[in-house]
Write a protein that binds this ligand. Structure first.
Ligand code: NAD
Length: 281
């Protein structure tokens, strides 16, 4: 069994991004820039945003932090997005979700210009991915694909089972696996017999947000198991997969933490660099 080491690969990708930004500076080009908007004081969101900021700083990407109060109106938030959309020195814009309840997440994320939508949550970007066109890829599924690639795990012709059908993880994950030639099944809370599907999986992606959902008897011998879940069990971070039991059968498996999480952050940097290069063209 081989561990799919997302922490290590993410560090390598951050190193590559830093080399690129140093080269841009040496060529006298402007700095790539990511604008992050945080509304309110959700503690988890504050940590995520701080991590993104630190990732930018350490890789030579300019980080524009916009911290707004929980009472910010939709009009104020939309006008900030408009200003960032119009600012030629800003390459990517990310609104940290979830937003306070009085703000409409769809309306807010759709306001980000498609060429700056580095989170790739907009209908336009998701539509392009669905059509198999070149587009920003949502960071978590993109990170999973990069991890599979790094370990030379070929998706072509494989039975791929995704547990979870959310707009930010499950659905785009299924689309990227399909684009890579996998035969994809998407499971969710209404799936009648989850283990019937998971046991068939050559590549199993668990993205349900339920600790210990995937037990050892639910996976095939030799399966590649990717655990996207981030749950708290007795205060400790864990995924959706019973790691000890599943690792015994898996050919490859991601740990939690140290698997998909760091890859998600690294892909945000990559998408920002892609946006930057598109803007310089
Ligand atoms: P979500 O709640 O929006 O979606 C969960 C999906 O799982 C739903 O489609 C639901 O139908 C399905 N599901 C839930 N329980 C199930 C069950 N018992 N059987 C079958 N299907 C079930 O969550 P999300 O935003 O897609 O995130 C999923 C998990 O991934 C969460 O734990 C989240 O914290 C984590 N996550 C991790 C990263 C990362 O970088 N590692 C990024 C995003 C999300």
């Amino acid at each position: 069994m081989t561990i799919l080491d997302g922490k290590n690969l993410a560090a390598k990708i951050r190193g590559e991004v830093a080399v690129k930004t140093a080269a841009y500076a040496a060529e006298g080009k402007r700095q790539p820039c990511l604008a992050v908007i945080l509304v309110g004081e959700d503690p988890a969101s504050q940590i995520y945003v701080r991590n993104k900021h630190n990732d930018c700083v350490t890789t030579g990407i300019k980080s524009l932090m916009n911290t707004l109060s929980a009472e910010t109106t939709e009009e104020e938030l939309l006008s900030l997005i408009d200003r960032l959309n119009d600012d030629d020195s800003v390459d990517g814009i990310l609104v940290q979700l979830p937003l306070p309840r009085h703000l409409n997440e769809t309306k807010v994320t759709e306001r980000i210009r498609a060429d700056k939508d580095v989170d790739a949550f907009s209908a336009y970007n998701v539509g392009k991915i669905t059509l198999g066109r070149d587009a920003f890829k949502p960071c978590t599924p993109y990170g999973v694909m990069r991890l599979l690639e790094e370990y030379n795990i070929d998706v072509k012709g494989k039975e791929c089972v995704v547990v979870g059908r959310s707009n930010i993880v499950g659905k785009p994950m299924a689309l990227l696996l399909l684009a890579a030639g996998g035969t994809v099944t998407v499971c969710h809370t209404k799936t009648a017999d989850l283990s019937f599907h998971t046991r068939r999986a050559d590549i199993l992606i668990a993205a349900a947000g339920r600790a210990d959902l995937i037990t050892g008897d639910m996976v095939k011998e030799g399966a590649v198991i990717v655990d996207v879940g981030m749950n708290r069990k007795d205060g400790v971070l864990c995924g959706d997969v019973d790691y000890a039991a599943c690792a015994e059968k898996a050919s490859y498996i991601t740990p939690v933490p140290g698997g998909v999480g760091p890859m998600t952050r690294a892909m945000l940097l990559e998408n920002t660099i892609t946006a930057y290069n598109n803007h310089l063209k």
